[in-house]
Design a protein around this ligand. Structure first.
Ligand SMILES: Nc1ncnc2c1ncn2[C@@H]1O[C@H](COP(=O)(O)OP(=O)(O)O)[C@@H](O)[C@H]1O
Ligand SMILES: [Mg+2]
Length: 319
């Protein structure tokens, strides 16, 4: 399916898209997508999704945290696999964008990208037993058909990181699948290439995060076939708080669930609210917005070693 096929001008979320310009394709939970010729413009909004619900209250500059982190990681993984990132400078966009309402929002949020045919699997790597992996392990002693040592505790580090693909469900939760099922979906050679790349990407991410005192419990990548060259490329966002479980190494203790470095704060507050975890979620009070923002910024600063204020001022990822 081409991106244009998924275009839905009536999508209510189009109304709060970050920039109002032509070529609007659709809004994901967090990103607004635009088509510019054969390229794709991804703009990360400040929308926060928790328990799969996009909340009514934005977190100021959260989208810039996600884009800044992804830019850092594309730079630090380019030797492992080529990626979709072409540019981040709003001035390089066609006039319809630079003078559109909301154009000032592009800086720090945008990624001009090569378009890809997205692989129909979530490319997940786990270094620790958590989330749906822990559920599967308790039930079967395996995760995605991979045998694991008996008697592992929740959040324990795996003997070695494992590749645990899942389906991409349009509705409902993604389902973990075994490697054989992935072969059915994308062919053997592609599945093997993806597994190899994913494990190397995870190792790179875990190594850099650990130096910053953050454990990369697990993470989800998206890969696709570039429409321009046909090669396999890394797309979407990379190793961000939204696509990964980041744990504070200082608080790590196997045998229980771990608090996520940044999102747990808002999740904990949401758990105290009377709502059914369905749309629409509750408005967030100012102190919860501020605390969440501060934690996202801390994750950015610890991992990149850069100043977020400088990123905002100069669009640079530097100390
Ligand atoms: N280079 C690319 N080519 C085509 N699609 C892409 C590319 N990079 C990211 N995407 C898609 O853009 C969307 C990003 O928006 P997002 O808000 O993260 O969506 P979601 O709610 O699905 O997580 C995802 O559907 C992702 O698969
Ligand atoms: Mg996404």
């Amino acid at each position: 399916m081409s991106l244009a096929d998924t275009s839905n001008p009536g999508d209510p979320r189009a109304a709060d898209s970050t920039v109002h310009a032509g070529g609007f394709v659709r809004s994901g939970k967090v990103r607004d997508l635009f088509e510019i010729g054969d390229r794709l413009l991804l703009v990360a909004s400040d929308r926060l999704s928790a328990f799969d619900v996009v909340l009514p209250t934005p977190i100021p500059n959260k989208g810039r945290v996600l884009t800044g982190l992804s830019r850092f990681w594309f730079d630090h993984t380019a030797d492992i696999i080529p990626n979709h990132l072409l540019g981040t400078d709003p001035a390089a966009l066609p006039a319809g964008y630079t003078d559109a309402p909301g154009a000032a929002e592009l800086r720090g949020r945008m990624m001009l990208c090569r378009r890809a045919k997205v692989l129909p699997v979530e490319v997940i790597v786990r270094g620790y037993v958590a989330g749906s992996g822990w559920k599967d392990y308790k039930r079967t002693g395996q995760i995605c058909g991979i045998d694991l040592p008996a008697g592992m505790r929740e959040s324990e580090r795996l003997p070695a990181p494992i590749f645990t693909p899942s389906t991409k469900e349009e509705v409902g939760h993604d389902q973990n699948i075994g490697f054989d099922a992935m072969v059915e979906l994308v062919s053997g050679p592609v599945a093997e290439q993806v597994r190899d790349v994913a494990l190397r990407l995870y190792a790179r991410g875990a190594e850099i995060a650990e130096k910053a005192g953050i454990l990369l419990a697990d993470t989800k990548f998206e890969l696709g076939t570039a429409l321009d060259t046909g090669e396999l490329i890394l797309i979407d966002e990379v190793l961000t708080s939204d696509s990964s479980r980041f744990w504070d190494a200082a608080d790590y203790e196997p045998g229980r669930a771990q608090a996520s470095f940044d999102k747990q704060f808002v999740r904990d507050w949401l758990e105290t609210q009377p709502w059914g975890k369905t749309y629409p979620g509750p408005e967030l009070p100012a102190d919860i917005v501020a605390g969440t923002r501060q934690r996202y910024v801390a994750a950015f600063e610890r991992i990149t070693g850069a100043s977020f204020e400088r990123y905002l001022q100069e669009d640079l990822i530097a100390p």
